[in-house]
Design a protein around this ligand. Structure first.
Ligand code: SAH
Length: 256
């Protein structure tokens, strides 16, 4: 039997309308969909009725065995001639392990396509009214993982060389991250925003500075999943925060 094909698709950050046309088509054409925890389940409603939907239940921790199982499933279904869509939150190549899966497929001679998605690190700030670059405030932005121990992330270079710092998976290490940035010369008053469940109805934003954000997050009880944005652009949240207003108005009766 001929091999099928695998689409490794970015589902976007949460708002189901933030998927690409190509990503949506990959959902509609799939015989099998393997999907992750952070995708919006509404998107599965576009699948064929006969499609097999498999939840990969990725947890925040690192489970090598789980990833191996996903690889085995991808190979098995593709080798049986299916069109397989591997649906991941945000963009599949931004902390999404999409490349590891593509490498396995390549090693097994299975054809694949990568369908980029809108990554949470850009979309969640945008929905909170924070542009990651701005002619006046920021000419550079870094996408950083907050879940590795120091040593693996060069906090000193990031603190000194980058205007806007966007951190994924950083909530558990927030205190450490703030301390590293201050130690390496970033001002204590540098603005910080934490955006929880960006682009979803549950979106919440807490703002502060490198010196007080840890306390604010604990008072407001903000948890994962969240994006941390650090830099002067955060100040624009005051003026440009549009989505929170939309959410607040959502249930208002229409006055004619
Ligand atoms: N591939 C994904 C990132 C996966 S890593 C992307 O491109 O967006 C998982 C981390 O992404 C979470 O720990 C959190 O930091 C962030 N994240 C994903 N979706 C999010 C959302 N809707 N709101 C806030 N953070 C989100």
């Amino acid at each position: 039997m001929n091999n099928g094909k695998v689409y490794i698709v970015g589902a976007g950050p949460g708002d189901p309308e933030l998927i690409t046309v190509k990503g949506l088509r990959a959902i509609q054409e799939a015989d099998v969909i393997l999907y992750d925890r952070l995708i919006n389940n509404d998107l599965l409603g576009y699948a064929k009725r006969s499609a097999e939907l498999i939840y990969c239940g990725k947890l925040p921790n690192y489970y090598p065995l789980q990833q191996e199982t996903i690889h085995k499933f991808l190979i098995k279904y593709a080798k049986n001639g299916n069109v397989v869509t591997r649906l991941k939150g945000g963009d599949p190549f931004v902390f999404g392990r999409g490349a590891e899966e593509a490498e396995v497929l390549q090693a097994h001679n299975i054809s694949f396509e990568i369908v980029p998605g809108i990554t949470a690190g850009i979309a969640a700030p945008a929905y909170a009214g924070i542009p990651v670059t701005h002619r006046q405030y920021s000419g550079s932005v870094a996408i950083v993982t907050g879940h590795r121990q120091s040593g693996e992330v060069q906090w000193e270079n990031i603190a000194k060389g980058i205007d806007t710092i966007v951190i994924y998976m950083g909530m558990r290490n927030l205190a450490h991250i703030c301390e590293q940035l201050v130690t390496h010369g970033r001002g204590k008053q540098t603005p910080v925003a934490i955006i929880h469940w960006g682009t979803k109805k549950e979106q919440r934003t807490v703002t502060g500075t490198l010196s007080d954000i840890v306390e604010k997050v604990s008072t407001e009880n903000v948890t994962n999943p969240a994006i941390i944005v650090i830099g002067e652009v955060v100040k624009l949240n005051n003026k440009l925060s549009w989505y929170q207003h939309e959410l607040a108005n959502i249930d208002l009766p229409l006055i004619i």
